[in-house]
Design a binder for this molecule. Structure first.
Ligand code: TPP
Length: 287
């Protein structure tokens, strides 16, 4: 076996050691991007300086939400739309843990949208990997807050008309310390962005624009075509004007990717700790 093959084999075994393979086969369809994103998360954990036992995964409900159950980490598979408040509580009580939320656009931005925006406003010190497959995949393809206008879904059979979140623009405007967007085709960049996220004190967010077979089927895009479509449209621009990176179904519009925002606004947990030290040190407080 060549040295390169040996290195590759060792890396694959290491990644497998972070997966609960006894639970396989997993529920994801062939051609779905969630598994690649989960592999990138596992690889980033192995490359991080933080011990594996300090990494915690929190997921909500959905195909993406199944991720917590497949990782051999302390993990929490919580109620629909609630992984963010759960993760915030965990991180506030146990600042020594590296808490990552891994969930879908329906879970995080549609049903859980209110929790999401307030966590970014507070700059809670959590990592969020959001799989944006434009739909509620698990329940058969209803529209979500990230469905592009014009797209057909189970609940918009004649084309979606509500309007769509431009996710990186919104998260940056709310004050997150790290904002990125990648696809499963960009697995190296995605892995590096997750490694970067682990170093951030504050809200760190990655949108993974990911193919969903159910969404593709309803919009007459076969699974592999969706990846080809991504490859054709993706443009990397770390300095992009975020007001212009909203996603549409127009094949001539680029899908802009990159590590867009890096800030060092202190996190809520850091400010809270400082406040507590001040109150205790100054003999303040009520009792
Ligand atoms: C309180 C509640 N409402 C609705 C559901 C049904 N439900 C299960 S998964 C899901 C959508 C998940 O969508 P998303 O987060 O985009 O994940 P995906 O399956 O696309 O990865 C819904 C509405 C539920 N389980 N619980």
């Amino acid at each position: 076996m060549s040295r390169l093959e040996l290195v590759k084999r060792t890396r694959t075994d290491e990644i497998r050691s972070l997966l609960r393979t006894e639970r396989f086969p997993h529920i994801w369809c062939p051609g779905c991007g969630i598994g690649v994103a989960l592999k990138c998360y596992a690889e980033a954990i192995l490359k991080s300086d933080i011990p594996v036992e300090k990494h915690i995964i929190v997921s909500g409900i959905g195909c993406s939400g199944r991720a917590a159950g497949y990782m051999r980490l302390d993990g929490y598979h919580v109620t629909h739309g609630r992984p963010i408040p759960f993760a915030v509580g965990l991180k506030t009580a146990r600042p020594d843990l590296e808490v990552t939320v891994f969930s879908g656009d329906g879970d995080l931005l549609t049903i859980g949208g209110n929790h999401f925006i307030h966590a970014v406003r507070r700059n809670d010190d959590i990592n969020v990997i959001m799989i944006n497959n434009f739909t509620y995949g698990m329940t058969g393809g209803q529209y979500s807050a990230t469905t592009p206008n014009g797209a057909r879904t189970l609940t918009s059979p004649y084309g979606f008309i509500e309007g769509t979140f431009n996710v990186p623009y919104m998260v940056a405007a709310l004050g997150a310390n790290f904002v990125a967007r990648w696809t499963p085709l960009h697995d190296r960049e995605l892995t590096r962005a997750i490694q970067e996220m682990f170093k951030i004190d504050g809200f760190a967010f990655i949108e993974v624009v990911s193919p969903c077979l159910i969404f593709g089927e309803m919009n007459n895009i076969p699974p592999l075509e969706m990846l080809k479509h991504f490859r054709k449209r993706c443009v990397i621009d770390h300095d992009a004007d975020l007001s212009k990176v909203g996603l549409s179904t127009d094949p001539d519009q680029p899908i802009v990717l990159g590590n867009f925002v890096r800030r060092d606004r202190p996190s809520y947990q850091t400010r809270y700790r400082e406040l507590m030290e001040k109150i205790r040190g100054g003999g303040g407080g009520r009792g």
